[in-house]
Write a protein that binds this ligand. Structure first.
Ligand code: ATP
Length: 199
């Protein structure tokens, strides 16, 4: 699996629709300071479900929408789509190419899509669990992150190893199952109370 392309429109400094094609191997993005190199990485983080404006170097989530320049008016929405070559089926879907997209309007309304079908953020997260790609993954190493990992709490470091070992999705499922079990136990207790009141 590898990142095949990124499409951006109205995202940060990219006012108009722009398409980046990548190939297998190493790609470097070079350019002068402030030309938008980090915005490309931010686009990948954002489309993968980043919810923290701070992680995207903004004050609010609306800051990802192109705010206009002297010569260009602001736009009404930000859109990013990333496409992975999945011919090795690392992503557990039958598709040999997977495109994930996210769009957000100034009103705050937003949508996620996987291969052009509407989905929830949860579906995007689940698609990338244990691949290292998700927003919690280690495939994007931002400035200062290595230091954070080295100096971080052992529990936080453990999360990286869990992702690499491929057990994150099982841990999440276990947490969900335990919550459902607790809910059912509470329901059962309520039913038992009603039954004993009726007896
Ligand atoms: P450096 O080499 O200094 O790290 P860079 O090439 O990584 O720079 P970025 O940080 O990606 O550059 O881009 C910064 C530019 O993006 C700034 O000019 C900033 O004004 C612009 N920018 C960020 N958000 C928006 C937005 N919402 N609307 C318009 N422009 C934006």
């Amino acid at each position: 699996m590898y990142l095949k392309s990124i499409e951006v429109q109205g995202f940060k400094s990219f006012a108009t629709k722009l398409h980046f094609d990548f190939h297998e191997g190493i790609t470097a993005i070079v350019g002068p300071n402030g030309s938008g190199k980090s915005n490309v990485a931010d686009a990948v983080r954002w489309v993968l479900g980043e919810q923290s404006a701070k992680q995207l170097r903004g004050a609010s989530m609306q800051d990802v929408i192109f705010a206009g320049t002297e010569n260009r008016k602001p736009v009404g929405f930000a859109y990013v789509a990333i496409t992975f070559d999945n011919s090795d089926h690392v992503l557990q879907t039958d598709y040999s190419e997977v495109t994930v997209s996210r769009r957000v309007y100034r009103s705050g309304e937003s949508e996620y899509m996987i291969n052009k079908a509407h989905c929830r953020l949860k579906d995007v997260n689940e698609l990338f669990y244990d691949t290292g790609i998700g927003k919690e993954g280690y495939s994007i190493i931002g400035q200062g992150q290595i230091e954070k990992i080295i100096n971080g709490r052992p529990e936080d470091r453990r999360e990286l190893f869990d992702e690499a070992a491929g057990i994150v999705k099982f841990k999440r499922r276990k947490t969900e199952a335990l919550k459902e079990l607790a809910d059912e136990e509470a329901n059962l207790e309520r039913i038992n109370d009603i039954v004993s009141e009726l007896e």
